[in-house]
Design a protein around this ligand. Structure first.
Ligand code: BGC
Length: 939
């Protein structure tokens, strides 16, 4: 198929572009010089980071709902945006597609393209923006950024078909497929669009296409299958080119969840379209069809949970390059031409994001070699193996080693349950190879190698870290080593469990999208990574899984229809997750895209809670939706608490829906919902608060949720319940006893009743049960249970004992807000509060930063030489309240002047030992004689 279309090929004359850019730069410089000569104080105002659908220059996106954002770089304090202008074109500095005109607005996030632009498939669009500041000064046009659409409908695939090996079955080695494409002319640019039933990896002329792993990612394949777009221009040449594909079982055919197999189908299949644009402007398409050929490959088994068995004796050297004799290969079977489920992948793919090298090798039993990577991670090992023809080497993995007894130093794998988590490599000939499995993924810190005569050197064993490649936007560094390690553990938990979907654990035979886990962790997740595209993709999965009554299953994707549970704290993810993302970013796109379905879910919640004629939720529960794994629940759960928990969730869901409705401009709906939470709270207090102030079951969770989530409006009642809470904590020796649902609210509840000191005490505990205990026991990720390792060094119950579960890492949100001090006042940090708790537990310094959608927001505080210093950076077009413990307003300096008279400081107040300064954008250095934030008693 030929045409003269070349829509994804941008202007190809680099010299012309360079000259044009130089010319405009020169003009810009002249203009700046002129402005500089005319104005007394020269300003530097420019556009910084530009994103589309929260991604930088995304390749292969859908054409609907395209959302633009940018940051502003400005040196002057107090910079705001008063207006913007956008142009979109099919050439680098063109505006042939859209021109916004000058728009008077401070909006920088989620500026959507009009829906009637009729964006074309497989087309690159360039865009630029310029902004005006509060004084009316304009920036230059930004450098061009771009986005490129993928294939948008089945017709765009130009007749590509799903192809499979002719005799594909689960017992046969995983297939290889190939085709030779002849390109008669010089290639200007080229794209591959591809997807698979199963996992795929493509090569062109023997070189890997793209840098992603585990494509096409996990969705409910019966409803939606993601397709990826690759720029393959550098891989092609004039003449013959070989496209190769290897297929593995993945989520489609392999083990998912609790060893469920073949959930979506049993035949592995591939679909590909290669679109080539030649230098003469003509294009040609090549697609998967009956002309492709297939053969068995060397992967005898390739399963995400069980691992890979690789038999090098089955390799066909050169199969994916030129000059290979494919006479024995068989024509493929054409499976189907139904491409209706294909959609462009909307988020960043799974990539290798880091490589760890083993630091230690031990031999705990003869011939058993164990390597320590020093970090519980998710991915695969890369090992240099030496062996003889027909020799099979076995590679096993574990998160932990036995710490005592006769197995001391050996792998602890009981907690993997049925997942085999084992790779094997069989040598085709004597010698050394570097082996890395392709279609599997393990959760591990330790690598065990057996079946070798010569063990690999320590430096020859590496861990390739996998994860959905979300932008790293935030960090928190603390001078207390335990707390600092805890933050690292939380962050590694996020990396390892964000693999195409948000999972509970990456290691055992589960690895499921448990809705409750991410519901609890999403606010924390948003502090450290830009979750927008990733969680927005998962919201598509939730919509796919929504039940006719509006309810949401407890695991999504829901791979096994028989596991059909729902429940409070889990299903509510459909509201809490988009809320967390919108609140953290000020970007309503994730809400807008799901709003109709979210409202259906909320109606379900509302009707369930109100069906008995009151506002108390007593029915929407299942076996796990009490406070899961609470220590007050006898090991697993405490179900008598569900009434308290469920009514709190009803109030919270309603509050969040009201705020999101307001963000979407649905003011009537927002007002209606906003009126309800006070009534639910009154009903809660009447039903569950006893006259002496105690809450119903008297558990830590009941107090934490009632206080931390503001269920008690009356100040005196709140204080009385607060005292009961502290009594309860005292009986628990000031140690936590909460499970999944209660834990995130423990420290906020203590702050709410003015007991920052007790919040810090719980956080700083290092004996069982506590976060610090895990760290002291050597954890490098967050555990599933408080007793995943018991104080005596024994492991917790093996049937459910993950070392990498992020739910209890939800404390990361509190630490970011209260130790780093960066809090959200208006969504997306449009207005922030910088209010670190200083002076507890020997913590002398904290540094915190986040790349907000408006730019970098940062704080760094330090106690030294009798002085508290606080450096803050506030992004352009935002403001902040900086709260500093001090004796008076006058006691706070900024740089060399009194803080109140420093440029950019718009106001100051003093109350209860704290000075609050209102500041505009810019960088500030505050200092005051040393004080602690609040009461620092030690009960
Ligand atoms: C998972 C959890 C999940 C829970 C539901 C467990 O098996 O690992 O994290 O939320 O089941 O009760």
């Amino acid at each position: 198929m030929k045409s003269s279309d070349s829509r994804f090929c941008y202007p190809s004359n680099p010299l012309a572009i360079a000259l044009r850019r130089c010319f405009s730069l020169a003009l810009g410089t002249v203009a700046i010089l002129l402005v500089a000569c005319q104005t007394p104080a020269a300003r530097a105002l420019s556009v910084g980071q530009m994103t589309v659908n929260s991604r930088t220059n995304p390749l292969g996106i859908a054409a609907d709902d395209v959302s633009l954002a940018w940051t502003i770089a400005a040196e002057e304090r107090g910079t705001v945006q008063s207006a913007y202008q956008i142009r979109v074109g099919t050439t680098t500095e063109g505006d042939d597609v859209w021109h916004s005109g000058r728009v008077v607005s401070d909006q920088q996030v989620d500026v959507t393209l009009p829906g009637d632009l009729h964006l074309q498939p497989a087309t690159r669009y360039f865009w630029q923006v310029k902004v005006w500041d509060g004084a009316g000064m304009a920036s230059d046009w930004s450098a061009p950024a771009w986005f490129e659409t993928g294939l948008l409908s089945p017709a765009d695939w130009s007749g590509a078909k799903w192809i499979a090996a002719p005799t594909d079955n689960a017992a046969a080695p995983r297939p290889l497929l190939r085709d030779v494409v002849a390109l008669p002319k010089q290639v200007k640019c080229a794209r591959i669009y591809a997807s698979a039933h199963g996992l795929y990896q493509l090569t062109i002329n023997g070189l890997k296409v793209g840098n992603q792993y585990l494509a096409p990612g996990w969705t409910d394949y019966k409803k939606r299958i993601q397709a990826q777009t690759y720029d393959v221009t550098p891989l092609l040449r004039k003449g013959d080119n070989v496209i190769g594909a290897a297929l593995g079982d993945g989520w489609y055919r392999g083990n998912v969840g609790m060893s469920w197999r073949g959930v979506y189908g049993n035949a592995l299949a591939l679909v590909v379209k290669l679109q080539v644009t030649y230098t003469d402007g003509s294009t040609e398409n090549f697609v998967t069809d009956e002309n492709w050929h297939a053969a068995d490959g060397p992967m005898v088994q390739a399963d995400l949970q069980d691992g890979e068995n690789y038999d090098a004796r089955l390799e066909q050297p050169g199969w994916d390059g030129g000059g290979f004799d494919a006479a024995s290969w068989k024509p493929v079977a054409v499976e189907s031409d139904d491409l209706s489920k294909l959609v462009p992948q909307p988020d960043e793919p799974v990539r290798a994001t880091e490589v760890l090298t083993a630091s230690q090798r031990t031999e705990p039993a003869p011939g058993v070699f164990v390597y320590d990577l020093g970090q519980n991670m998710v991915g695969v090992a890369r090992v240099k193996l030496t062996g003889k023809k027909d020799q099979t080497v076995r590679i096993r993995y574990a998160e932990e080693l036995y710490r005592r007894g006769e197995k001391h130093g050996q792998l602890y794998t009981d907690n993997f349950r049925k997942a085999k988590v084992t790779d094997t490599y069989t040598f085709a000939r004597d010698g050394s190879v570097t082996y890395r499995p392709t279609f599997t993924q393990h959760g591990f810190r330790y690598v065990e190698i057996t079946g070798v005569d010569t063990p690999p050197a320590t430096s020859d064993v590496q861990g390739i870290v996998f994860g959905s490649d979300l932008p790293d936007i935030g960090d928190l560094r603390l001078s207390n080593p335990m707390l600092d390690q805890l933050v690292r553990n939380i962050r590694w938990g996020q990396r390892g469990n964000f693999v195409s979907i948000p999972t509970d654990t990456p290691a055992r035979d589960e690895r499921l999208g448990w809705t409750g886990d991410i519901s609890l962790f999403s606010s924390t997740a948003c502090r450290y990574r830009d979750t927008r595209a990733f969680l927005s993709k998962w919201m598509d999965d939730l919509r796919d899984a929504q039940k006719p009554d509006g309810n949401i299953p407890a695991i999504v994707p829901q791979p096994h229809r028989e596991f059909d549970e729902t429940g409070v704290g889990w299903s509510d993810a459909f509201i809490t997750v988009p809320y967390a993302v919108w609140h953290a970013t000020g970007d309503p796109r994730i809400v807008r895209r799901n709003w109709a379905a979210m409202q259906r879910f909320y109606r379900f919640v509302h009707d369930s809670a109100t069906k008995d004629g009151n506002l108390l939720e007593e029915g929407r529960n299942s076996w796990f939706s009490g406070d899961w794994l609470s220590l007050e629940g006898g090991g697993y759960n405490r179900l008598d608490e569900h009434k308290v928990i469920a009514t709190v969730y009803f109030a919270e869901d309603t509050r969040m829906m009201a705020e999101m409705a307001a963000a979407l401009g649905e003011t009537n709906q927002a007002a209606e919902w906003a009126a309800l939470p006070p009534k639910i709270r009154d009903a809660f207090v009447a039903a569950y608060r006893k006259p002496d102030g105690a809450i119903y079951t008297g558990t830590q969770t009941a107090y934490a949720m009632a206080l931390g989530l503001n269920m008690i409006a009356d100040t005196a009642q709140c204080e009385q319940t607060g005292s009961k809470f502290i009594e309860k904590l005292a009986t628990d020796n000031y140690h936590l006893r909460t499970g999944f649902l209660g834990t995130p609210w423990l420290l906020p509840a203590l702050v709410k009743i003015g007991r920052d000191d007790l919040a810090m005490r719980l956080l700083l505990n290092e004996d069982y049960p506590s976060w610090g205990f895990e760290v002291r026991m050597g954890a490098t990720t967050v555990w599933e249970r408080w007793n995943t390792i018991r104080p005596n060094g024994e492991f917790g119950p093996a049937d459910m004992n993950s070392f990498n579960h992020y739910a209890y890492g939800a404390v990361g949100d509190w630490m970011f807000q209260h130790l780093g001090g960066l809090q959200i006042v208006e969504s997306g940090y449009k207005k922030s509060q910088i209010a670190p708790l200083v002076g507890y537990g020997g913590l002398a310094q904290a540094q915190c930063r986040i790349q907000t959608p408006y730019g970098p927001l940062a704080s760094k505080w330090q106690l030294a030489n009798g002085e508290l210093t606080l450096e803050v950076t506030v992004p352009a077009n935002t403001s902040a309240e900086v709260v500093i413990p001090a004796t008076s307003t006058e006691a706070v300096r900024e740089g060399n002047v009194a803080a109140v008279s420093a440029p950019g400081v718009k106001g100051a107040t003093f109350k209860a030992g704290k000075v609050t300064l209102l500041v505009g954008s810019g960088r500030y250095e505050f200092a005051t004689p040393r004080q602690t934030s609040s009461k620092a008693s030690n009960d």
